[in-house]
Design a protein around this ligand. Structure first.
Ligand SMILES: Nc1ncnc2c1ncn2[C@@H]1O[C@H](COP(=O)(O)OP(=O)(O)OP(=O)(O)O)[C@@H](O)[C@H]1O
Length: 242
């Protein structure tokens, strides 16, 4: 599989993005003026050491958190000054999240975990849930609870759940962090396939090997973009090792 061609249409643009947590002496300036453009259909890996601001950046682009200063445009919408209610509409309509520890509801089956998102958001098609779970390789495990599934299988449920609302942009925060190498690699293959189908994919990680599959690697250090490097020949996820 070859990674998808990049559409020139812009998916994300941040300008002077700043985030300060807390006030006074205890204030932490997590982002110190981030200027970043991500094209529609790009697979971007955001790399950086622990505490550099990766998750904060992702949360603001994804509409989970607000900025202190600067602007954030996603899919043509300036979300930096949106009220919290409007931000949740934006998330529902445009964004899918995949987290390191899966964040599944333990008392719901794989199928019900995905169904819940469709019900909550009013987006997506309940009739497509079985198809989505099959597409992530869980056709025969749909009626299992999270505790009956391996870590990799749980992460697949999380991917299916993120896809259920048909988002424009998929965010994955350390999607391989809790997984062993073969299983983590399978999740990366899944993300690379979804990108090849045209979705913008943003992966946050401190695992430098994951960067090999990216069209572009953005390195964040101490709340600033240290570098943005285009990868002329992204690796196939199946070939990545760490
Ligand atoms: N809610 C918060 N309140 C106060 N400080 C915060 C909050 N969230 C993050 N921070 C601080 O902001 C800085 C950036 O944190 P962030 O989680 O974005 O880093 P990261 O690069 O994702 O780290 P990691 O790889 O460890 O997850 C850190 O100094 C962190 O302690």
């Amino acid at each position: 599989m070859t990674p998808t061609a990049i559409d020139t249409e812009r998916s994300v643009r941040t300008s002077g993005l700043t985030k300060v947590f807390g006030e006074g002496e205890g204030a932490v300036e997590a982002l110190k003026g981030i200027d970043l453009d991500i094209a529609s259909g790009e697979l971007v890996v955001i790399l950086g050491p622990s505490g550099s601001g990766k998750t904060t950046l992702c949360n603001i682009i994804g509409g989970i958190d607000g900025a202190t200063a600067g602007t954030v445009e996603v899919a043509g919408v300036d979300i930096s000054r949106e009220a919290p209610g409007r931000l949740s509409d934006f998330r529902r309509d445009h964004v899918g999240f995949i987290f390191q520890f899966f964040n599944l509801i333990p008392t719901l089956t794989a199928r019900e975990n995905v169904e819940m998102i469709v019900e909550m958001t009013g987006r997506g098609d309940k009739g497509r849930i079985a198809e989505l779970l099959e597409a992530v390789g869980l056709g025969d495990r749909m009626d299992n609870f999270p505790a009956q599934l391996s870590g990799g299988q749980q992460q697949r449920v999380a991917v299916a759940r993120a896809l259920a609302t048909d988002p424009d942009i998929l965010f994955a925060d350390e999607p391989t962090g809790a997984l062993d190498l073969p299983t983590g690699r399978q999740i990366l293959e899944l993300l690379q396939d979804l990108n090849a189908q045209g979705r913008t994919v943003i992966i946050v990680t401190h695992n430098a090997s994951v960067a090999q599959i990216a069209h572009r690697v953005v390195t964040i250090v101490d709340g600033r973009v240290e570098s943005s490097v285009t990868n002329e020949a992204p690796a196939r996820a199946a070939d990545v090792t760490w």
